[in-house]
Ligand binder design. Structure first.
Ligand code: SAJ
Length: 435
C-alpha cells in the first residue's frame, strides 16, 4: 500500500515517518526549501531528528515538491495549517489548495484523510466538493475521513504513535479503512466515531475545553491578586482532589496555533447557525487582557522607582509560545512587546530558542545572550515563557545585579527569596504586597 502526506510540517512529517515504518510514503510540500532539507536528511521540526529521517529517507519515505507523486498513493493525508484570519474566521486557504491538488490526482478506490483542524462540517462542505471536481463521486469512487491531529510539540511522551487517534468517515467503509491504516502503525488506540462532523467536533471540543479552563484561572489570577490570595497555591491545593479537577495554570496569555485558534473555529460554526457561545467569547476576551495585565504589573512595579513605562528599558525573556519549543506563533509575548512599545518603553527580548521575531511586519532581533552586563541595562524584566535554561540563568543572574529592577513573572518561575529581597518581584496571580 502506498501513502501520500500533503503538508510536511509539525503534523505531517511525524505522521509520514510513522507510516514509513510499514508503507511506502510520498511526502509532498509546496515549500521547496523544506523538501530540499528533507532530501538532505535535515529536519526543521523539534520532534523529528536527522537520525529519524535517515532511517526512512529514500528507503520508504520520498519527499518531493512535485505533486505528481500523489498519483502513486492509495491513501492521501492532508496535514496543512488552518490558521485564523484577523477577524477570527477560519482561514481555509491551505486546505482548499491542498484539496485542489489532491483532486488532480484522485482515482477510483483511493482514500483521502483530512487531519487539519477545521470547524464541524468543513470536510463535507468544503473538501468533498473540491475532491469531486475530479469527476469522481465521494463514497462511490473514493473514501473521505476526518481524523484530528493531536501532535503535541515538545512532548516526548505523547509522540504520534502514542497518542490515541479518532477517525470519522463519510461512510462506514471509509472509517474502517482509516481505522485499519492508523491501527497498523500507531501503538495507541484508534477510536471510530460516526462521521466526519463528529470527529471535527471532537477536536474543537478538546482544545476549547483547555482554552476555557486556562482562561478561568487567568481571570481568577487577576482577581486573587487583589484579594491577597496566591492562585498558584490554590491550584496546588485543589489538585489534591483526585477526581473532577484538572489543574490549569495562569500565564501571560494563551499562545500557539491550536489552543487559542481552535475555539474560534467552533465559534464561527456556531454563529453560522445563528447560535452563540458565551464561554468561548468570554475566554477570548480574557485571553486578550492577559498580556495587558502583564504590562500593568510592569507599570505598577516601576512606580516604586518613581518611573513610568515611557523611557524605561524593558527586557521580555522567553517569546516562544510555550517552554522548550522554538515556535513563537500567536505568542502572548508579542502582545506584551507591542503594548510596552505603545506605552513608550524601550523593549528588547531574549529567548534561547529564538533569535528574531516579526511583529506586524517589524523585525525584532533578540539578544544573543544575557549576562550581568546586559541585565544592568534594564529597569524591568518580564518572564513570558519559562524555558528551563532561561529560568536557571535568571535565577542565577538576578540576585547578582548591582541594582534593583522590577521582575514580572508570568509563569511563577522566579519566586525565590533572593530575587524578592533584591528586586521588586511581581507575579501573575500572586498578592502584589506592599510596593
Ligand atoms: N498554557 C497556559 N496554562 C496552562 C497550559 C497552557 O497558560 O495551564 C498556555 C501555554 O503557555 C501556551 C498555550 O497555553 O501558550 C498552549 O499551550 P499547550 O500546552 O496547550 O500547548 P499546545 O498549543 O502545543 O497544545 C497542544 C495541544 N495538543 C493538541 O492539540 C494535539 C493540547 O491539546 C495539549 O493539551 C497540549 O499540546 C499539551 O498538553 O502539551
Amino acid at each position: 500500500l502506498k501513502i501520500a502526506i500533503v503538508g510536511l510540517g509539525y503534523v505531517g512529517l511525524p505522521l509520514a515517518l510513522a507510516f514509513a515504518k510499514k508503507y511506502e510514503v510520498y511526502g509532498f510540500d509546496v515549500d521547496k526549501n523544506k523538501i530540499g532539507m528533507l532530501n538532505k536528511a535535515q529536519s526543521y521540526i523539534v520532534d523529528v531528528s536527522s537520525e529519524d529521517l535517515i532511517k526512512f529517507l529514500h528507503k520508504s519515505f520520498y519527499p518531493s515538491a512535485d505533486d505528481n507523486i500523489l498519483d502513486k498513493a492509495d491513501a492521501i493525508f492532508i496535514t496543512v495549517p488552518t490558521p485564523v484570519h484577523v477577524d477570527g474566521s477560519p482561514n481555509m486557504d491551505y486546505v482548499i489548495s491542498a484539496s485542489q491538488t489532491v483532486a488532480k490526482h484522485l482515482k477510483s478506490g483511493k482514500l483521502v484523510v483530512l487531519e487539519s483542524t477545521v470547524y464541524p462540517g468543513a470536510t463535507r462542505e468544503v473538501v468533498i466538493p473540491i475532491l469531486e471536481t475530479s469527476g469522481l463521486k465521494a463514497g462511490t469512487n473514493f473514501g473521505v475521513v476526518f481524523s484530528p491531529e493531536r501532535v503535541t510539540p515538545g512532548n516526548k511522551e505523547y509522540s504520534v504513535e502514542k497518542m490515541p487517534k479518532v477517525v470519522g468517515g463519510m461512510d462506514n467503509e471509509s472509517t474502517e479503512l482509516a481505522y485499519i491504516l492508523y491501527s497498523s502503525v500507531l501503538e495507541a488506540p484508534v477510536i471510530k466515531v460516526s462521521n466526519c462532523k463528529t470527529a471535527e467536533a471532537v477536536k474543537v471540543l478538546e482544545n476549547t475545553f483547555r482554552f476555557i479552563n486556562i482562561s478561568l484561572v487567568n481571570e481568577l489570577a487577576m482577581v486573587f491578586e487583589n484579594m491577597g490570595i496566591d492562585i498558584w497555591e490554590v491550584i496546588k491545593g485543589a489538585s489534591s482532589k483526585p477526581i473532577g479537577f484538572m489543574p490549569h495554570y495562569p500565564g501571560p496569555g494563551i499562545g500557539g496555533h491550536c489552543i487559542p485558534v481552535d475555539p474560534l473555529f467552533l465559534l464561527y460554526k456556531i454563529r453560522r447557525y445563528d447560535l452563540d457561545s458565551n464561554f468561548i467569547e468570554m475566554a477570548r476576551k480574557i485571553n486578550t487582557i492577559m498580556p495587558l495585565h502583564m504590562v500593568n504589573l510592569v507599570e505598577y512595579g516601576l512606580r516604586k522607582f518613581g518611573k513610568e513605562l515611557r523611557d524605561s528599558n524593558v527586557l521580555v525573556a522567553g517569546v516562544a509560545y510555550k517552554p522548550e519549543v522554538n515556535d513563537s506563533r500567536e505568542s502572548p509575548a508579542f502582545d506584551i512587546i507591542e503594548e510596552l512599545e505603545y506605552s513608550g518603553a524601550k523593549v528588547q527580548f531574549y529567548d534561547p530558542y529564538i533569535d528574531r521575531i516579526y511583529i506586524k511586519g517589524k523585525e525584532f532581533q533578540g539578544l544573543k545572550s544575557i549576562g550581568i552586563k546586559e541585565l544592568m541595562h534594564y529597569d524591568a524584566i518580564v518572564l513570558a515563557t519559562n524555558h528551563k535554561a532561561l529560568v536557571t540563568q535568571l535565577k542565577e543572574l538576578l540576585p547578582k545585579l548591582e541594582k534593583s529592577v522590577v521582575v514580572v513573572d508570568g509563569r511563577n518561575s522566579l519566586d525565590t527569596r533572593e530575587i524578592r529581597k533584591k528586586h521588586t518581584y511581581l507575579c501573575i496571580g500572586k498578592p502584589r504586597g506592599e510596593i
